[in-house]
Design a protein around this ligand. Structure first.
Ligand SMILES: [Fe+2]
Length: 187
């Protein structure tokens, strides 16, 4: 099954809950592609020898790799860290995450500044483009094992919103305008 994504309600309450609208409003892969999010479904049980993963890493230059286990038992100040991950931010580079076990939510802003919640589960590899506003939270399972990929030496610096003058943000919003231009020209 393809990855699940939906527009969230903006109500307060536990960030680990799904926050579906009523009725739920699901978001297609095309809509995610529109905002520059890439997605692959891979075999998480074979990540060490996975030829498909190797090809993606080679094609996109993801030479760096590490693994991250997030759960209350393994992370100091778990509740505080969870809140930090959930602060809206951008990066100067892509954020590439491959879910190997457990699950969690990546929230990204679409062109109309609406939050889209992307539920990642084992086998889901997603790439968030540099400059997209986003945040992360675990879900109520309170466990996720992630592979982090990067081009070159990793930089994990987060720049909290607003970042309209950040070069990565400018480039990102520019790329969205270009895409809209292409779509119009095609009609
Ligand atoms: Fe991030």
């Amino acid at each position: 099954m393809a990855i699940e994504a939906w527009f969230i309600d903006e109500s307060d309450g536990d960030q680990r809950l799904p926050h579906h609208r009523s009725p739920p409003e699901f978001v297609s892969l095309d809509h995610l592609a529109d905002v520059g999010v890439l997605y692959w479904k891979l075999n998480p049980s074979d990540y060490e020898n996975d030829e498909e993963l190797r090809k993606i890493r080679e094609a996109r230059g993801y030479n760096y790799m590490d693994l991250l286990d997030l759960c209350p038992e393994k992370v100091d100040n778990y509740e505080q860290k969870l809140k930090n991950f959930y602060t809206e931010h951008i990066h100067g580079d892509e954020e590439i995450r491959y879910c190997l076990e457990g699950s969690g939510y990546f929230d990204v802003r679409d062109k109309e500044d609406r939050w889209i919640r992307i539920w990642i589960k084992p086998g889901d590899l997603i790439v968030l483009p540099a400059g997209i506003y986003h945040r992360f939270t675990l879900d109520t399972s309170n466990y996720i094992k992630l592979m982090r990929l990067f081009v070159g030496e990793p930089v994990w610096t987060a720049f909290n919103r607003p970042q309209e003058d950040h070069p990565a943000r400018k480039q990102y919003t520019g790329s969205l305008t270009e895409k809209a231009g292409v779509a119009l020209a095609a009609h």
